[in-house]
Design a protein around this ligand. Structure first.
Ligand code: GSH
Length: 215
């Protein structure tokens, strides 16, 4: 198998895995955990010197950074009989790039704080105030996306693309936010549509198998 995806599905490896499942790509999944030292071995550091999952190894071409992995796979492969996830024109490419970078720079940190302090960490370590503050900081950005979705079903073009995967992968962490549902109903509905997709369900099943947590 020449395409390998390293990282348990209950991690940011879910992003390239989601792309691979959408496109029906033949790949080997190596469910390496980010705990227990597996990402600090010399063998793994040769793949990603940052010591993080995910890593994509496409026949010797190494990609790390989860969004880069997702964007790379979508651009590199066309699934058999599948709609393209990558841009088919420069206007779509502009949307895909801007929303993917937007998710990482404007949303990811606060979305992770919300997730950790609502469900992901053991209850005794959670600080509800940190979750509330993160939720409040996120809302202005989420309203921008809500506005964008006023006349669209998807983020770029008229179909589901890798932009939806990149952004939904981050916003899945705030899916339980009551404020998101109340203040950004279009984001909430779009997110539910994305997370209902069969490929995403398959990745979630892998995540449950790996650890029962979905970071
Ligand atoms: N910005 C990186 C973050 C990667 C990252 O932090 N991955 C976590 C798992 S979700 C990890 O490998 N943590 C182990 C560690 O940092 O030691 C990306 O998006 O790929």
């Amino acid at each position: 198998m020449t395409l390998k995806i390293y990282g348990i599905a209950a991690s940011r490896a879910s992003r390239p895995l989601w792309v691979a499942h959408e496109l029906g790509l033949a790949h080997e999944h190596i469910p390496l955990s980010y705990q227990g030292g597996a990402t600090r071995t010399p063998e793994f550091l040769a793949l990603n010197p940052n010591g993080h999952i995910p890593v994509v190894d496409d026949d010797g071409v190494l990609v790390w950074e989860s969004m880069a992995c997702a964007l790379y796979l979508a651009g590199r492969f066309q699934g058999e009989g599948a709609e393209p996830l990558a841009a088919v024109n420069h206007a779509e490419q502009a949307e895909i790039l801007r929303w993917s970078f937007w998710a990482v720079t404007e949303c990811e940190k606060d979305a992770l704080t919300f997730l950790m302090h609502t469900v992901a960490m053991p209850e005794e370590r959670r600080k509800p105030q940190l979750a509330q503050e993160a939720e409040r900081r996120l809302l202005p950005a989420l309203r921008v996306l809500d506005q964008h979705l006023q006349i669209r079903r998807f983020l770029a073009g008229e179909r589901f693309t890798v932009a939806d995967i990149c952004v939904a992968s981050v916003l899945a962490w705030v899916q339980r936010s009551a404020e998101l549902e109340a203040q950004c109903p279009r984001v909430s509905a779009w997110l539910a549509r994305c997370l209902d997709r069969p490929a995403q369900q398959q990745v979630r099943a892998l995540a449950r198998r790996d650890s029962g947590r979905n970071l």
